[in-house]
Design a protein around this ligand. Structure first.
Ligand code: UD1
Length: 370
């Protein structure tokens, strides 16, 4: 299903009524990338997908399994190229090979713990890789740029719910979070460059969970998951013995941490809405920033109970000490995204757990067994 890329002109299958735009997605084969590519294809965009397989699985032909499944689900061809953002020459070939209208930049190393152990790898990969990409956007006059940022930039939140104007950059406890914060700073300055007319949108994700309802694509963490919901679903299916709840004496409704969990399909649709804003005629918005969350906080205990209901299984758990660097509560006010992008989350806790469970039982070993 995958086409070798480099298409110097519009595909002959391009429908004239659909948005006549070609979007480059980096990190396209990952959890958020694959769901975003699916929504872009369904919205009629022409998509070029890049990934270096740092957090995605390739088949024996070197194709991305997740994106092959996206091709299956959408009935559309997916243009994929293996490419590392640090390989500037290879990246430039992509820009030379096809006229690109916008970039959605998701490629990033993302493990919090690993970033503490390997800070240079994180700074080199996330910062230098992004600088290469932004530089090529400038050189090839691609002015529409959507960046995957994170609620982690709020560090220890100054108030709840978190609005976009809340303080950022204080209390970030790890290099992964610092790279997101630094890239926000860089993109904010780039967006102000006189006469360049950038449309840059920083999307601050809260806690993406769930999977596509088909059960064909979902989150496939390397090794033992760090994040709550992939861990919980692996306990439910019996791959991991027990969940450790990181503290139950937080100042929250039931003592466990509270987060703004958002269905990955809602998050993916947020990218399409952000893209529409950047592509508006004569937009020239500089840099804008949006929270992508539901606005509702659920506790760890509530998430575990919801997953027990969805799976019909008991989830073994014990309470351990608080995890260093954690905060008690983080949930957002998503109203700016509704006002300016016309986006809001539509799927609730039940759908998040239902779809995560379907993905887990249909793919007990993630994409590896495929
Ligand atoms: C974490 C990262 C954040 C990153 C985000 C990506 C930290 C400190 N923060 O956010 O930088 O952008 O993932 O999605 O790592 N929990 C348990 N037991 C577990 C795992 C988690 O009790 O085995 C609890 C945590 O203490 C927290 C909640 O579940 O209260 C959510 O944790 P997690 O899924 O790791 O997300 P964040 O910490 O919000």
């Amino acid at each position: 299903m995958l086409h070798e890329m480099v298409i110097p002109w519009r595909s002959p299958f391009f429908h004239p009524m659909l948005p006549d735009m070609r979007i480059l997605v980096t990190g396209a084969a990952g959890f958020i990338g694959s769901h975003t590519v699916l929504e872009l294809l369904n919205a009629g965009y022409d998509v070029i997908c890049l990934d270096n397989f740092a957090n995605a699985v390739s088949d024996d032909k070197g194709e991305a399994i997740s994106l092959n499944r996206v091709a299956e689900l959408t009935g559309k061809a997916v243009n994929f190229k293996k490419c590392d953002m640090n390989d500037e020459k290879a990246l430039e070939e992509v820009f030379k090979g096809a006229k690109i209208d916008a970039v959605i930049h998701l490629a990033s190393l993302k493990s919090v713990g690993e970033s503490v152990a390997r800070p240079l790898d994180y700074y080199r990969n996330n910062i230098v890789g992004s600088l290469n990409l932004i530089g090529l956007c400038k050189k090839y006059a691609v002015r529409n740029f959507i960046f995957s940022s994170s609620a982690t930039v709020y560090g220890s939140p100054e108030k709840l719910p978190i609005t976009e104007s809340c303080r950022v950059g204080f209390g970030i406890t790890n290099p992964y979070g610092q790279t997101k914060f630094m890239l926000e700073q860089i993109l904010t300055d780039v967006g102000k460059a006189a006469g360049e007319n950038w449309n840059i949108i920083l999307l601050r994700y809260f806690n993406p969970v769930g999977a596509h309802p088909s059960g064909r694509i979902g989150e496939d963490p390397n090794g033992v998951p760090n994040n709550l919901m992939p861990f919980v679903s692996q306990v439910a299916i019996g791959k991991l013995p027990e969940l450790t709840i990181h503290g139950d004496k937080w100042e929250t409704k039931d003592g466990t941490g509270v987060r703004d969990f958002i269905h990955v399909v809602d998050l993916a649709k947020g990218h399409v809405k952000a893209l529409e804003r950047a592509l508006e005629e004569n937009a020239s918005i500089g840099t804008e920033v949006y929270n992508l969350g539901t606005g509702t906080g659920y506790s760890v205990k509530e998430m575990v109970a919801a997953m027990e209901k969805a799976s019909g299984r008991t989830i073994n758990k014990k309470v351990g000490p608080p995890r260093p660097g954690d905060v008690a509560s983080a949930y957002c006010d998503p109203s700016l995204a509704l006002e300016k992008l016309g986006w809001k989350s539509e799927l609730g806790l039940e759908e998040m757990c239902r779809d995560l469970w379907k993905w887990q039982i249909d793919n007990p070993n993630g994409f590896n067994a495929a």
